[in-house]
Structure formats: structure tokens, C-alpha cells
Ligand binder design. Structure first.
Ligand code: IMP
Ligand code: MG
Length: 189
């Protein structure tokens, strides 16, 4: 396959596999939330965008979508401190909220955002992620809906990036970090 970047190592999950899995996740959510008239998909920018737009097409219920943008502080690996860059607009009090992210790595982002959202008293709060790296978890967080568990590789595509590159790829691919360094240094000069 021809990739738009030289640092793509290998395709781990194809577009067909992702679309099939997302369809199943959507069916599961449709079943689990049947009867809910206040379902909110709350995506974390920017990584969850491609996932959330595909997922919502597979949910056959009334729903709304909102986003928030957070960044993990340097040192977040130990502190778990997450800064909110842009908050959601919907008042989530009494809503069934599904928090959506692209990937759970250490889990600290979701852990922190979840605590914050619970203070705002949604009717329910669940977590949905396209990818999960179980080997990397530092905190225990229940993941209610997970697309795929993957090994500890840095990946791009389907919304996920490396320094903002690779989000548009319609598949999940691992990055050759050595080739990425070379690519970056040749672009800088
Ligand atoms: P956590 O707080 O360690 O779980 O970090 C989650 C965030 O780290 C994700 O939302 C991604 O933005 C980023 N991240 C973690 N692993 C990867 C990866 O392999 N590729 C791209 N982004 C990643
Ligand atoms: Mg992210």
C-alpha cells in the first residue's frame, strides 16, 4: 500500500475492519440506550472526530454531539493533571453521556475528565474508545465500549496523530519512530 508519509510502518487495522467494528459498537449503544431521550456523545478533540462521526451514523436513537478539548500536562504521567482548553457547551445535568476518545494509553486523561464530568451530574456516564493499550494503563478505568485493544505501539490514523500528522488516514498504522525523527529533521532544514 502507498502511504502519504514515509514513517508509516505497518497497517494494524484496515478501514474495512474499523468500519465493521464501529457498526457493531453503534448497534450495542442503540440497544443499551433504547428509551433514552437524552443521549449525548461527548468527544475529546481532536483525535475522536473521525470515530465519533462514524459511530453516530450507526446509532439509531435520538442523540446530540458535543466536544471538549483537553491537554495532558507535561508530567501528566505521574500527576494526571489535565488542562481543559475548551469545555463542552451542553449542560449535561440529567443526560446520558458517552465520553468518546481515540485511544486510552495511561488512562489518565479519561480518568481525570470523567471525575470532572461526574461533578456535573449526568444521569449516566460511560466511556467509549476506538483503541486501548491495556499494557500502558496507570489507573484503573472501566471501558464500556472499546473498538480494539492493541499492543504498545505508537499508532496514527483514523483521527490519531503524531504531531498533528496522520489523522486523515482511513486505517490504523504503526509509526516507525526512527523514520519519523529523520522525516522531521529533513523537513526542518
Ligand atoms: P492517556 O491520558 O495516557 O490515556 O492519553 C491518551 C491520549 O494520548 C490520547 O487521547 C492520544 O491523544 C494520545 N496517545 C496515546 N497513545 C497514542 C498513540 O499511539 N498515537 C496517537 N496518540 C496517542
Ligand atoms: Mg487525544
Amino acid at each position: 500500500m502507498n502511504h502519504p508519509y514515509p514513517f508509516i510502518n505497518e497497517v494494524l487495522i484496515t478501514q474495512t475492519e474499523i468500519e465493521a467494528r464501529i457498526a457493531r459498537l453503534g448497534q450495542g449503544i442503540t440497544r443499551d440506550y433504547a428509551g433514552s431521550d437524552k443521549l449525548l456523545l461527548l468527544g475529546l478533540l481532536r483525535g475522536s472526530v473521525m470515530f465519533i462521526t462514524d459511530l453516530m451514523k450507526n446509532i439509531n436513537l435520538p442523540l446530540t454531539m458535543d466536544f471538549m478539548s483537553v491537554s495532558s500536562y507535561a508530567g501528566a504521567e505521574t500527576s494526571g493533571f489535565v488542562r481543559i482548553d475548551s469545555d463542552h457547551k451542553t449542560n449535561i445535568f440529567g443526560w446520558d453521556v458517552i465520553l468518546i476518545d481515540d485511544i486510552i494509553d495511561t488512562g489518565l486523561t479519561i480518568y481525570t475528565v470523567k471525575k470532572l464530568l461526574l461533578d456535573r451530574q449526568p444521569r449516566s456516564l460511560k466511556v467509549c474508545t476506538l483503541l486501548d493499550k491495556p499494557e500502558r494503563h496507570k489507573v484503573e478505568i472501566p471501558i464500556d465500549y472499546c473498538g480494539f485493544s492493541i499492543p504498545d505501539h505508537f499508532v496514527v490514523g483514523y483521527g490519531l496523530d503524531i504531531d498533528e500528522k496522520g489523522r486523515h488516514l482511513p486505517y490504523i498504522a504503526s509509526v516507525d519512530l526512527e523514520k519519523y525523527r529523520l522525516y522531521e529533521s529533513s523537513n526542518a532544514s
